[in-house]
Ligand binder design. Structure first.
Ligand code: FAD
Length: 137
């Protein structure tokens, strides 16, 4: 018995059933209507590069690719995300550094990706980073 059909309960129920367990998934309301419904639906490591959670978060994209292959009806949108500033790491010389699956982009590329976005006149305080494997907010 799994209580709560948000992303966590749904995943626990799916993987337990896949492993051969007889699973019942219950929810007080509608499935996926809790915090899961309010999420930005980003899949990826965000800006976390170090610490205990870094490797786990970095594996999220691969895990969603696996789920997508296992469940062809699962609607996953791989349209990317655009972040500013702190999302980019720094090399020893201070140059911006893209993380796994990320790419540093210039202002012209940002304008192409998001034509309606007004960019800071004097340039951003950080560097825009695009991560094509996740979803545009
Ligand atoms: C604004 C916002 C944006 C976010 N954006 C992202 C993002 O982009 N990427 C990301 O990875 N994470 C994001 N998160 C975090 C992510 O959404 C949550 O960590 C995740 O959805 C939590 O899932 P859950 O299954 O634990 O909880 P929930 O989705 O809340 O599911 C819990 C379920 O349990 C049910 N329940 C509770 N108590 C009982 C009971 N006693 N009996 C029966 N049912 C019960 C509820 O009805 C609910 O459906 C975001 C969070 C917020 C708030």
């Amino acid at each position: 018995m799994v209580v709560g059909a948000g992303i966590v309960g749904a995943s626990v129920a799916y993987h337990a059933a896949r492993a051969g367990a007889a699973v019942t998934l219950v929810d007080a309301g509608r499935p996926g209507a809790g915090v899961t419904a309010a999420s930005f639906a980003w899949i990826g490591a965000s800006g976390v590069r170090t610490g205990p959670a870094a490797a786990l978060r970095a594996s999220a994209t691969d895990e969603y690719r696996r789920l997508e292959a296992e469940l062809p009806g699962l609607p996953v949108t791989w349209s990317g995300s655009l972040s500013w500033g702190a999302m980019a790491g720094r090399a020893a010389d201070g140059a911006p550094q893209a993380g796994p699956g990320q790419e540093i982009v210039d202002a012209a590329t940002v304008a192409t990706l998001e034509p309606a976005l007004r960019q800071p006149r004097n340039g951003p305080s950080g560097h825009p980073v695009t991560a094509p494997s996740t979803r545009w907010a």
